[in-house]
Write a protein that binds this ligand. Structure first.
Ligand code: ZN
Ligand code: ZN
Length: 467
């Protein structure tokens, strides 16, 4: 085996920051040692003055997702390469079962897209777009045999992915039996569809109406309903995806205060971007920021509350919901009708940096930064301690992060397959310097040395957070 030593850095984990050298043998971390106590290795990475953190775990991506009459523009190859550039060494993408399709066929299609293409390790959640007797049986099989232990349901998108409350309850009951986590897109889709039709009838066709017709109250209502349904299903573990609104956060916080198995993630776009400043950009420009749940109003307290939720652990995880569409030909499908704009923002490359900016801004501690971008998503989705921590026995997924570096986000320099950036011009006071995946250096000194096919499929266990 070849050895690699990351020396001189400050290792950050949920339990604190310690000065330690990290020894890697082959694909795994074998030791943390006193600085300077190990002097030889086949490869030495100098991390003096830098942070040494576990590789990022992005638990919510959609590579090549067919949606809105087109496909998300990153393939597994380009998307995982961009992830690696940004310090994310594991993604959990969503295999899709469409209505009328067998769950196993949907899963096989995702394996076919990803197999041999990925630059970093990957796992899957399973979207259930048609909950019926066969799909319920498939849940058991996926948990037992495929390493897929989380299932996403939609309270939105009637006619596409939507499950009614009866279907949701049945899937939750099944998850209670087999130990899986239910992930919920919590927006009241039928009510949203009424508001969309009314807006279009009034001639309100600009991108900002995408946000106005998906009000925060309908996210809070659906979040609350999902929490009650999970209670009826004997406290099935429930994970609210892409939480964007204060009201929804309040419902999650209340459930957690009552000891419930309720968790939630947010995404960088909800922490930094707003309905008025981005979605409301002049002309059709705002289409770049059409995503669901939508960006929220800066005149309300959402962004501030989400940062607080991250500090208090009412929000456990930051994912990207990476679902990029190019402006040209893709977002443009919705010129003259906001409801035809493909929903999604690309951000898989920037999550680690954007959350580090939260440390610089005094919103998060260093430890909490690492927890929300790596450790907790690994634990939440059954990848811990293989992923999400710098510890003996864990995979050698390591990022050397330079707190004195700078990152400027731009379409000119990013590696995602997108013709624009949702965070164009953002300056981050920090920089991903070196990225190591299972002992292989993917990025060093600004030179990318990764390759497709390095990334392996990860079979996941059950969530570490369940009681
Ligand atoms: Zn969703
Ligand atoms: Zn999503």
């Amino acid at each position: 085996m070849t050895t690699l030593l990351v020396k001189g850095g400050k290792v950050i984990g949920p339990a604190g920051a310690i000065d330690a050298d990290v020894l890697v043998d082959g694909e795994r971390i074998v030791a943390l040692s006193l600085p300077g106590s190990i002097t030889t290795a086949d490869t030495i990475v100098d991390a003096t003055g830098k942070y040494v953190i576990p590789g990022g775990v992005d638990a919510h991506t959609h590579m090549e997702l067919p949606f809105g009459g087109t496909f998300a523009s990153d393939t597994f190859e380009t998307g995982t390469r961009a992830a690696a550039w940004g310090g994310t060494t594991t993604i959990v993408d969503f295999a899709v079962q469409r209505t009328g399709e067998r769950v196993q066929d949907g899963l096989a299609a995702w394996h076919a897209k990803a197999d041999g293409e990925c630059h970093v390790d990957y796992a899957f959640h399973q979207i259930l777009g048609g909950v019926d007797e066969d799909a319920l049986k498939a849940m058991d099989q996926l948990v037992a045999e495929e390493g897929i232990t989380s299932f996403k349901l939609f309270m939105a998108y009637p006619g596409v992915f939507y499950s009614d409350d009866g279907q949701i309850l049945r899937a939750m009951q099944r998850a209670r039996e087999n130990g899986a986590m239910i992930m919920m897109h919590a927006e009241n889709g039928p009510a949203i569809d009424v508001l969309v039709a009314q807006a279009l009838a009034r001639g309100e066709t600009d991108p900002i109406h995408h946000g106005i017709t998906r009000p925060a109250a309908l996210e809070a209502e659906a979040t609350s309903r999902a929490i009650y349904l999970a209670e009826v299903a004997r406290d099935t573990p429930l994970y609210i995806v892409h939480l964007s609104a204060s009201g929804a956060l309040a419902r999650v916080a209340e459930a957690r205060d009552n000891g419930r198995n309720v968790f939630a993630e947010t995404c960088p776009q909800y922490l930094y971007l707003t309905l008025e400043d981005q979605l409301g950009a002049p002309g059709f420009e705002g289409a770049k920021w059409v995503c669901s749940t939508p960006l929220r109003s800066k005149h309300e307290s959402h962004g501030r509350d989400l940062w607080r939720g991250l500090r208090t652990n009412d929000l456990s995880v930051v994912s990207t919901d990476h679902c990029p569409f190019c402006f040209k030909d893709q977002k443009e499908l919705g010129v003259g009708d906001f409801s035809k704009i493909p929903n999604g923002i690309g951000g898989v490359e920037h999550r680690v940096d954007l959350l580090y900016q939260g440390v610089v801004d005094g919103q998060l501690s260093l430890e909490r930064w690492v927890e929300t971008i790596a450790t907790t998503p690994a634990r939440m989705f059954g990848l811990y301690p293989r992923k999400g921590v710098i510890a003996p026995g864990s995979d050698a997924d390591i990022v050397v992060y330079d707190p004195n570096g700078r990152t400027r986000i731009s379409v000119e320099t990013h590696h995602m397959n997108m013709d624009h950036s949702a965070f164009e011009g953002y300056e981050i006071a920090g920089k991903v310097e070196t990225v190591i995946s299972r002992g292989t250096v993917l990025l060093e000194d600004g030179v990318y040395r990764g390759r497709k096919g390095h990334g392996q499929y990860l079979r996941r266990g059950l969530s570490s957070y369940l009681v």
